[in-house]
Design a protein around this ligand. Structure first.
Ligand code: HEM
Length: 464
């Protein structure tokens, strides 16, 4: 095609009319190598190719340098592109959809808070209490199994809601959790909003959550107004951070209350499934790699012993400074590919590395293709935490489980801390036996049977 050659649109195949290559794309998603869709085309057309999936023309990039440019998004050329049902549910003012200077401001406020050492120091105790409580309760169902993928959410969901809204255990937490489970059912569904449809029920669940969130935020605002800046102290949660703009003389405009309420619910979406799935897959990979488990246990036992001898409490930095543990987490994130790709849409013609991405087309920056490319990772399908002894995670275009650039995940540190604390208490206090299970990749990564495991405390093993 002459026009495309001149314009430099990457080579590729647009497939059948209407459905394009969607069926191939989905079929690959159901296999144990979802990346085979990309691999097949990459070997035929090169690292960047065109296709047509899910009703839209798409440029797929499996090239880490191209991905980096897309994610950095200088000049706000690439806008987030979500399926219609997600757009409907999260709304236009969500951090997931806003752009430009408002996005930069909100992202910076939230990321700054979520990455702050003060928050990590404070939340460490809550995570520890929650992890220890859950592990103890799982071991009491012995000899029966628990479904790890579901049970871990009992740790991560309350922590997430605490970080966002300072909600503690109680009725509000229960209702938020229940309604959120209903809400997310509509994220991937047929986008019809009639009574009885999934999307309709999902929007109703969001309304119920909104009522609670509005009440909590109104109360916090009222309490805050009674206090001086000094009395207020540092922010306790994400709401405080966004409300804080009210008293900030440098802020050009306060963020509307409605905006804050909606965003608190919408922030639960990327935070809720991702961390528990990573924890579940870490346990799965460790079950299948006894040598890694034994190294991990040894490193964590050493820390536990030190803490017992000195009678000191754990600091968040203790957990995060265990080198092998961090390597296990890196390797889990690389191999699990919880977020397999990032979708964007261009508003004008853009050229990257000689490839033209025409206005109105989608770009799919495939993270999985890079994570599973043997050019960057030897034996990419093997769980090998030791490989990270020689690879740096800083400024590494070939490792982007949390995305990058303007929309780099603001939860990156908090989720790493949660995973580290969980692994520490699991391997130093318990042993487990996991039943056979397999990873499924479509539409999202999870364990087919939710990873049933039987957990036994070490002291019980000692006395047997
Ligand atoms: C292992 C756990 C997690 C993984 C793998 C992960 C991954 C990602 C990725 C790849 C993105 C970029 C999306 C894009 O560029 O469009 C992202 C964005 C985001 N994540 Fe996470 N995430 C995790 C945990 C969390 C947690 C715990 C929170 C909440 C505290 C969170 C909140 C967010 C938000 C709000 C965004 C949107 C940022 C923006 O568009 O500016 N994530 N995450």
């Amino acid at each position: 095609n002459l026009v495309e050659k001149k314009a430099g649109i990457p080579r590729g195949n647009s497939g059948w009319p209407f459905i394009g290559e969607t069926l191939d794309f989905i079929a690959a998603g159901y296999t144990s190598r979802p990346v085979s869709f990309m691999e097949k085309r990459k070997s035929k057309y090169g690292k960047v190719f065109k296709t047509n999936i899910l009703g839209t023309p798409v440029i797929v990039s499996t090239d880490p340098e191209v991905n980096k440019v897309v994610l950095q998004n200088q000049g706000n050329i690439f806008l987030p592109a979500y399926p219609k049902s997600i757009k409907e549910l999260v709304g236009k003012s969500s951090i997931l959809q806003i752009n430009g200077s408002l996005h930069r401001r909100v992202h910076a406020l939230l990321a700054g808070f979520l990455r702050s050492p003060q928050l990590k120091a404070r939340i460490t105790k809550d995570i520890e209490t929650s992890v220890k409580g859950c592990l103890a309760s799982w071991s009491t169902v012995y000899p029966n199994t628990i479904n790890l993928q579901d049970e871990v959410k009992k740790i991560t969901f309350p922590i997430l809601v605490k970080v966002l809204l300072s909600v503690d255990a109680g009725e509000d937490l229960k209702v938020l959790q229940r309604e959120f489970n209903e809400f997310i059912k509509g994220l991937i569904c047929i986008p019809v909003k009639l009574p009885g449809t999934t999307l309709y029920k999902s929007l109703k669940a969001k309304e119920k959550m909104l009522k609670i969130v509005e009440r909590i935020i109104a109360q916090k605002r009222k309490d805050g107004m009674k206090k001086t800046e000094v009395e207020k102290g540092p922010p306790n949660d994400a709401v405080d951070v966004l409300l804080g703009e009210e008293g900030n003389p440098n802020a050009t405009q306060c963020l509307p209350l409605d905006f804050i309420c909606h965003n608190m619910i919408e922030m639960i979406i990327p935070g809720e499934e991702t961390t528990p799935t990573t924890i579940t897959l870490a346990v799965k990979f460790l079950t299948d790699c006894p040598l890694a488990l034994s190294n991990l246990r040894e490193e964590n036992m050493e820390l536990k012993k030190q803490k017992a001898e000195s009678d000191d409490e754990y600091a968040w930095t203790d957990y995060m400074s265990l080198a092998f543990t961090q390597n296990v987490i890196n390797e889990t994130l690389r191999l699990a590919n919880i977020i397999n790709a990032i979708w964007r849409k261009t508003e004008k013609d853009v050229e990257i590395k000689g490839h033209l991405i025409p206005r109105g087309w989608c770009v799919l920056a495939s993270l999985t293709s890079v994570h599973m490319d043997e050019k960057y990772y030897d034996n990419p399908y093997q769980f090998n935490p030791w490989r990270w002894e020689k690879i740096s995670v800083v400024n590494n275009n070939c490792f982007a489980p949390f995305g990058g650039g303007q929309r780099l995940c603001p939860g990156v540190e908090i989720s790493r801390l949660e995973i580290s604390i969980f692994l520490h208490h699991l391997v130093t206090g318990y042993s487990w036996v996991a039943e056979d299970d397999t990873i499924v990749y479509f539409p999202t990564v999870k364990m087919k049977r939710k990873l049933p495991i039987r957990v036994t405390p070490h002291n019980k093993l000692d006395s047997e």
